[in-house]
Each structure stands twice: as C-alpha cells, then as structure tokens.
Design a protein around this ligand. Structure first.
Ligand code: GAL
Length: 741
C-alpha cells in the first residue's frame, strides 16, 4: 500500500550529466530481510536479477508485500572526483522506491527515506531518492568495487524500486542549473512551433554563463532539422529566457535536445523532450451534438444532464419527446427533474445557432443502471495528490465547463485529502481545505456538471485520512445530502480488517456493505471500486452493482507503466457491459505531479495518442489526471476529438479485443453500435514500425472503407490489407464504414 507524504519536486529530473556513472543495470534481488545483506562481502551470486525500472510485482513477485533487498556491484573511478569543480560531495541517485528504503554503501549506512516515525514501512513512495556523501568519505572505494545495498519495505499494492535515474556522480555547481521546459507550453501558429524555455540558477552563490544549444532532430532518420546556439548569462533572480520558433517538415513528433555547456566546469546538462503535433481538426462553427446516444437513470433519482454540443455560441437547445418529470433549460442545455418509473424514452436533442441546426437521437433508460457509458471526467489525484482543495476543485470545474464540457466531459472527482474525522454523531467532517462541501457540490451542479468523492472501506485511506469503516451508512447519507454523484472506494487499510488470505467473499464484502448503504438514498452515485484488481474483480464487479472497477495498481506517467497496464487489459475485457466498466486507472496526459508541484507528463506525444486511443477502445472511464486550468493546445487536442470520444461513449459498450500481436505491433478492435469497427494499430517498439496489416488476420471483410479517426479524414477503400508506418510507441486509430450488423 502506498503511504503518501508531500515531497520536494526536482525540477531538473530530466537533466542528464555526461559524467554520470550509470547503475541502472546489473541489480540483484532477494525477498526477506537480514542485516547481513548490507555486507559488501556477501555472496549474492544466487540472488535473482531484477529490473529497477519496474515494480517487483511485474517481475515474478506478484502480491509480495514485506521486506526485500536490492544489491549492485560497480567501480567508482577517481576521474569523477578529479573532473568535479566543487569536489565536495558524491551523489547517489536511486529513482523512486515504493514504500520506504534504507541505503548502505559497502556495508555502511548512507540514508533512509521513511515516514514520520522513521520507520521504513511508511516511505514517501513517490519521492526521488538522492543520497549524498562527502567526497573524501571512507565509505567510497575509489577505483575499486563498491556495493550498494538497498533495504526496501512495501506494505501492499505495487512495491520496490520502480523508476527514475540510477547513477553516481559528483555533486557540482551544475546541480544548481535548471533548464525549465515546464512553465511554457509548445505553441502552434502559422505552421510553426514555438516554445519559451528558461535557464535558472537555484544557487545564492553561483551565477552562470555558458552556451545553450537547441537541436531538433527527426526521430526516424536522425537528421537535424533545426540547430541554434545562444550565449547565456543567468543568476538566481535573473533567469535567461529564450523563445525558439521554427517550421517542421512533417506533421509528426520531433526530438528536441536542450544542451547547456557551462563555462566554468565545461560540463554539459542535457534536457530532452519531444515536440507534439496536433491532429484533431478545429470544431466547426456549425452546431454538433456530442452526447452519448444513451443515458441511464434510476427511478426517483435527481436527473442532471447537460447536452454537450460544439458550434459558434450562442447555442439554443431543444428536446422533443422528453418524458414527464424532466425539463430542459433552452439556453444552457441542462436537463433536470426526475423520472418516476422504469422505461426507455426516445428523445430527440436539437441544437441551433445562427449557422444552422443539428439533432441527435438520445435514449433515456430509466432502470437499475446509471449513466450506461463510461464516465468522462476529471480526478484530482494524478495532479494535486493530497494537496487538493476547494479552490482547485472549483477552478477545475470552471475549466471543464469552458474547455471540455461541450465534448461530453462531466465528472469533477475529488480524490483523497478532503476528509477530517467523524464527529460525535458519527458524521464525516471535511478538513479546512474544504470549508463547504455542500456549497461546492451546488456550484459544480450549477454548471451542469457532476461531482465525485473518495473514501475507503478501511479505517484509513491510502493517504492516511479517515475512511468509512463502521460509518458506511452515515457516510453514504452524507454524500447523498451533499449531492455527490460518484464514489471512488479504495481498499487501503481494509487490508488490516480483512483476513490475511481473503476469500472471494472477503474481497466483495466491504463493497457490498457500501453499495447497500448507498441504495438507501435516492441518488445516482456511480460506484467506482478501487482495489487494484484483487480477486479478479472484473468477474464480480457488475454483480455487486459497481459502475467500474480498477483492474490494476496505480498508473504513473511513464511508457512502462502505461504499456504494461494498457496492453494487458484483454484478460478483463469480456466483463464490460453497459453501465459496468473495467478501469485501467486515470489518464496521465497534460501537467501531472501528484501535487502540489506539477510537471509535464513524461509520455511522448505519440505515447499520449496511444494512451487516449487505447483507453477509448477499452471502453474505460476517461478521468483526466492533469491540471485543467493549464491545458495546452496539444493536450486539448487529445481530449476534444469528438470522433475519438464517440468510440469510447458508444452505446454497445463493447470493449476492444486484442486481435493481432506480432513484431511489436498489436491490433485491438472494438465493435460499435452502427455496425462499424474501430481499429487501433499500436506500435510497442521504440522505433518506427512499417507493416502490412492483413484484414483476414483481423477477422474483418476483405474490402474495407477506412477513416482515420484522429485526423477525422476518410482514407478510401482498401482490399486485403493496409500499409501502416507507425512512429515509436505510436498508434493509428481507424474506423471502418458503418454496416448495420
Ligand atoms: C491509491 C489509489 C489512487 C489514489 C490514492 C489516494 O490507493 O490507487 O488512485 O486514490 O490511493 O490515496
């Protein structure tokens, strides 16, 4: 289980120093615990090899919780010391470790990352581990073999060393230099891309001069497409800002390196990123309704639906065939009211503006299931972590209304960090960051949007806030009174309540208790199970009334995390049905960070297209995990492509199936209500992949009319197969012409 603590944010996390000794490969691993395992002389030849870039769960230690040790042998050359300008400290970078760790160099203690009680069972799992020791310390053996031993404890969920930079370097004045690529987005205008970058010093003592080289290269040919060198001069309160602007030969991603050569040390600091490219066409001025074609509500529950429509404002809304009990506000497009009895109601939604009008059939299904298509919304966790507040939630709701709601986005979900305690009457109270939860819910509803909250069936949440254990009925009532529309219910400390080896019934029990408690109130609350897939939750989530269930541990913004989660979802795919969805965790596009400091997602632009395309095909809830008040043009393009979203919101609610897997190319297909098929062709390779996709191997007819969904462009008719050229970790999302089945 992850226990969370606010962490310092390393702005220079992408920097690379040419002088580093890499220790990212060659690690040995053993579960268990012994003080002997820190000794350099220990014979660890029978220890298993391990990749420190991935959790131990994905490397043969599924479900392992407790202590484990990592060891690595390496030489530290004295050239590191000789080349250092400062000659003060040696820095050991060990990436991120879940939960806590203790580090030993040649048997001597170096440092620990632990919780507030100095116990490594409560480590700040998301903190980047950097340990320093004096350069003349006797623990370092220059030009000889050294051994680092890392003792780790994990309390539950994913565990171990899992991502980051692994190296030994001399801490130097260059550590005070930040190449800030984070504060300003890429901008696209007049067929040119531009971006402002900032060089900053974090030292009171050192000013810097040097040369900044900006190099853009083609990721396929390696050819240089832009190169510029600029003289720079900066100090702590005197940053150096530079905006580059250039046309690029093709509509695709390019690699960019910012290389700063520091005058005094002659050291180079390199920051790399990829230039994004926008595929989604701008929405036209003519009106267009983007609603899902179907919407579920329970009898007697308050109805709230904002008709999502794009087009030049002002828009006016109409609805024919609205059943008794519902009414439409013609200027805002918000439908409210409630339905008394079960039934299917066929409604026609109409939207008009000065250019024209457009209509869409919309079926309201009043029954046992709510919403019916996957939730489209936002959740505070991947950006704000425990620093979420009323103010941030309101800003998010406002941003959703202004930029996303017209495309169907509707949920604003507060994750962990809002809770205080249960009072003497057993009522859950909010902490000082949420002074008026009812007022906040009313505000979100006034925008025509919906609001979600988070709790745990255990006494404590994963962030160590109070959970719902033994207060389920009162909490469910409070949520309904506030006007909550979505509950994420996270196992966390329920692990201490459940038997050590839980049976299937033990896994189900806390969720059934909360569902029953919620049934006592007349309110449609989407019930989102979060227990990381235990007990094959996809096999029983629907039966206990869940709207969605997490199928995995937590996602982070890396390709390893994204691809391991996303491409393993076929096991749970058959269990998706209208109103019941697999949840492979929240989106990691845009500015994320688990709060309070944020960074640009570390996924490349092509990985982000893959992420959205795959989640869309999987019929997964799409929960934006970034700060929506800082949505840049590229991220907006990912989240507002109505043809992509329509695949996710398709009324059939069929999940995609993996139909082809060869030479690092996977093809996933999803049947759609209109008889057409959505096809995602994914390149899992880290280089360009050219292939002929044979229609027969996809079990599709031999002649297909294809449409490129991201570009919203018909490609024509193809017989037998289609040639693709996919960028590294990239995707082509296609749709066949509709054929009523
Ligand atoms: C984790 C959960 C995350 C987030 C966090 C809050 O267990 O998977 O999505 O909710 O707890 O503490």
């Amino acid at each position: 289980m992850r226990k969370l603590i606010a962490l310092p944010f390393l702005v220079f996390f992408t920097s690379l120093f040419a002088q580093d000794i890499k220790i990212d490969k060659g690690w040995k691993f053993k579960t268990g615990d012994s003080p002997e395992w820190s000794r350099p002389t220990l014979n660890d030849s029978d220890w298993k090899s391990i990749d420190v870039g991935k959790y131990w769960e994905s490397q043969g230690y599924q479900g392992y919780n407790g202590y484990a040790w990592y060891r690595i042998h390496f030489i530290i050359p004295s050239t590191i010391k000789e080349q250092a300008f400062l000659k003060e400290k040696i820095r050991i970078d060990l990436g991120k470790i879940d939960d806590g760790d203790e580090v030993f160099l040649n048997g001597f203690f170096v440092g620990r990352n632990a919780g507030s009680n100095s116990d490594i069972t409560q480590g700040p799992y998301d903190a980047t581990r950097t340990y320093t020791i004096p350069i003349n310390d006797r623990r370092i053996l220059w030009d000889k073999e050294n051994v680092i031993a890392v003792r780790v404890y994990d309390g539950g969920g994913d565990g171990g060393m899992y991502e980051g930079r692994y190296g030994i370097s001399a801490a130097d004045i260059t550590d005070y230099i930040v190449i800030n690529t984070n504060d300003n987005p890429f901008q696209f205008a007049d067929k040119k891309v531009s971006k402002k970058i900032i060089l900053q010093s974090t030292s009171e003592k050192y000013d810097f001069t040097g040369k900044l080289r900006i190099e853009i290269t083609d990721p396929v040919s390696g050819a240089s497409v832009f190169k510029q060198t600029i003289g720079t001069d900066f100090a702590i309160n005197r940053p150096f800002e530079y905006t580059y602007k250039t046309a690029l030969p093709e509509l695709k991603s390019y690699d960019i390196n910012y290389v700063f050569l520091e005058d005094r040390t002659k050291k180079e600091i390199v920051v790399k990123e990829s230039i994004p490219y926008v595929l989604t066409p701008v929405a036209t001025a003519a009106p267009r309704i983007n609603a899902p074609g179907v919407f579920g509500v329970q009898p007697g529950s308050p109805f709230l639906f904002r008709i999502p429509a794009t087009g030049e404002k002002p828009l006016s809304y109409e609805a024919t065939g609205l059943p008794a009990g519902l009414k439409l506000d013609k200027s805002s497009g918000i439908i409210t009211g409630s339905l008394e009895s079960k039934g299917n109601f066929k409604v026609k939604l109409i939207v008009k503006n000065k250019i024209g009008s457009s209509s869409k059939n919309f079926t309201i299904v009043c029954g046992d299931n709510v919403r019916l298509t996957p939730a489209l919304g936002w959740n505070s966790w991947n950006c704000w972590g425990l620093s979420v507040s009323d103010e941030k939630v309101r800003a998010s709701a406002k941003a959703m209304l202004d930029k996303l709601a017209d495309h169907g986005w509707t949920y604003i979900n507060i994750d962990d960090g809002w809770e205080d305690k249960h009072n003497e009457q057993g009522q859950i109270l909010t902490n000082q960051k949420f002074p008026d939860m009812k007022g906040l819910c009313d505000y979100v509803h006034s925008l025509g949007l919906r609001i979600g909250i988070y709790s745990s069936p255990g006494p404590w949440t994963c962030g160590h806030f109070v959970g719902s254990y033994k207060y389920e009925e009162q909490d469910a009532k409070t949520y309904a009174d506030w006007g909550i529309d979505y509950l994420k219910y996270d196992w966390c400390s329920y692990g201490d309540i459940a038997p050590k080896q839980p049976s299937l019934d033990d896994f189900k029990k806390p969720y059934i208790v909360m569902k029953e408690a919620m049934r006592k109130n007349k309110r449609d609350i989407l019930f989102s199970l979060c227990q990381y897939g235990m007990g094959d939750v996809w096999k029983w989530g629907a039966e206990i009334g869940a709207s969605s269930w997490r199928t995995t541990g937590d996602i982070v913004d890396t390709w390893t995390s994204l691809s391991e989660i996303g491409f393993s979802q076929d096991k749970s795919a058959p269990y998706t049905s209208p109103g019941h969805f697999n949840d492979p965790d929240m989106l990691i596009v845009g500015k994320v960070g688990w709060g309070p400091k944020l960074h640009n997602t570390r996924l490349t632009p092509d990985e982000q297209y893959t992420h959205i395309s795959l989640w869309t095909l999987l019929s997964a809830p799409l929960l934006i995990g970034c700060d929506m008040s800082q949505l840049d043009e590229f991220t907006l393009n990912l989240l507002t492509n109505d043809e992509v979203l329509a695949i996710n919101q398709d009324a059939l609610a069929k999940p995609a199936k993996k139909i082809f897997d060869k030479n690092q190319v996977q093809v996933w297909t999803k049947e759609l209500e209109d008889g057409s098929t959505a096809i995602g062709i994914f390149n899992l390779d880290n280089k360009i992949n050219k292939q002929n996709i044979d229609f027969a191997s996809l079990k599709l007819s031999s002649t297909l009319k294809l449409r490129d969904v991201w570009r919203q462009k018909d490609l024509g008719s193809f017989t037998k197969g289609y040639n693709v050229s996919l960028p590294a970790h990239g995707v082509l999302l296609l749709k066949t012409a509709s054929m009523k089945r």
